[in-house]
Write a protein that binds this ligand. Structure first.
Ligand code: SF4
Length: 355
């Protein structure tokens, strides 16, 4: 019999498993609390379940195998974790500890949803390495639970409070596992993480974006735009050849109709490519009528993509000002951890090359 992955299970699945094992429903709630609230990974630690039930569970379930392989800390405090999965694959997640004003203090974790990625964006290390497989909900949520464990060991009283699905992979191509992770993180008997504290990003897989819109979830949607017209966008993001901007913008409008939420557009600013005055006008035209915010990110240096020039602070500020003058809401999103293979997929790529 195939063993079930405990961290991938929600309360309904645990209830039906325990019913099968002849156990009362309250046992399922106890199990759920151990797995998703206390974030315990080993059955042996779940001491109030009783020996007989633990033995039964050992036959039917397995803890999500997850091993910290490497950690890198950036000069700006950003921490990158490389985890090894049961099948020997690697995934990355990035922790940003925001401090300063008490009201703004938070730990935000950027998590992966796939091993590798099929979308092939040319400026992205993950995109250059190809797709391997989807992650299970248990593997996605384990990134949060394992980093929480590390934070606790370090004496940081604040667990991960915000999650961004912006690591390796295209989250909408693993939508069912991503939706399950969101629901598990939000569960009042689990981490109780507010839905608005979760951001789902996409490079623009239109049918899946429409599917997400129909969920009417309150998650923050971040769309990777990166270029203001089809010709340029298709040259850096192959997804645009399949779903050009007209379709993507129509899907964004539908998403806004369904959820009422403002949309974030990510725009990696590349010197001499997408930072000219005509690009500001094209963006103005493209985003007309949408309630949205543009996050301008100076492009991250990625191996083999030296052609993408990183603009300096002055150039970035001038572009943001031009957008604001054109009536768009825009701000600079400082890319963190550029000294620690900060862009998604870089650390995994480095370790795979070493091995
Ligand atoms: S940017 Fe995102 S969608 Fe594009 S290749 Fe990289 S991981 Fe995939």
């Amino acid at each position: 019999m195939e063993q079930q992955d405990l961290r991938s299970m929600d309360l309904a699945e645990m209830t039906s498993l325990l019913k099968e094992l002849g156990q009362p429903a309250f046992r399922a709630r106890q199990l759920f609390t151990w797995v998703h609230q206390k974030q315990v990974s080993q059955l042996a630690q779940m001491h109030n379940l009783g020996r007989q039930l633990l033995e039964q569970l050992e036959q039917r379930c397995q803890p999500t195998a997850f091993q910290l392989e490497r950690k890198q800390v950036s000069a700006d405090g950003t921490e990158k974790f490389l985890f090894r999965l049961a099948d020997g694959n690697y995934i990355e997640c990035v922790l940003m500890r925001y401090r300063g004003d008490l009201s703004k203090q938070r730990n935000t974790l950027c998590i992966s949803s796939q091993v590798g990625c099929a979308m092939g964006c040319t400026f992205c290390a993950t995109g250059q390495s190809g797709f391997v497989r989807n992650l299970t909900a248990g593997e996605i949520i384990s990134q949060v639970y394992e980093v929480n464990r590390i934070l606790q060991e370090e004496g940081d009283a604040m667990p991960v409070g915000n999650v961004v699905f912006m690591g390796m992979g295209e989250p909408l191509l693993n939508l069912s596992a991503v939706l399950k992770t969101i629901s598990l993180l939000n569960d009042p008997q689990g981490q109780k993480m507010g839905i608005r504290r979760m951001t789902v990003s996409t490079c623009g897989v239109v049918p899946k974006l429409l599917e997400l819109a129909d969920q009417k979830l309150d998650v923050v949607l971040a769309v990777s735009l990166h270029a203001p017209n089809d010709k340029q966008r298709s040259s850096v993001m192959p997804v645009n050849r399949q779903y050009p901007l007209e379709q993507l913008m129509a899907a964004c409008r539908y998403y806004q109709q369904q959820t009422g939420n403002r949309i974030s557009f990510e725009y990696a600013l590349i010197t001499g490519f997408n930072d000219q005055p005509q690009h500001v006008q094209q963006l103005k035209q493209l985003l007309k009528g949408l309630d949205c915010h543009l996050n301008i990110i100076p492009v991250n240096p990625v191996a083999n993509t030296a052609q993408f020039g990183r603009p300096d602070k002055k150039q970035v500020a001038a572009f943001v000002e031009a957008l604001q003058q054109a009536g768009l809401k825009a701000s600079v999103l400082e890319e963190k951890g550029t000294d620690i293979d900060g862009a998604c997929g870089q650390l995994r790529g480095k370790v795979l090359r070493e091995k």
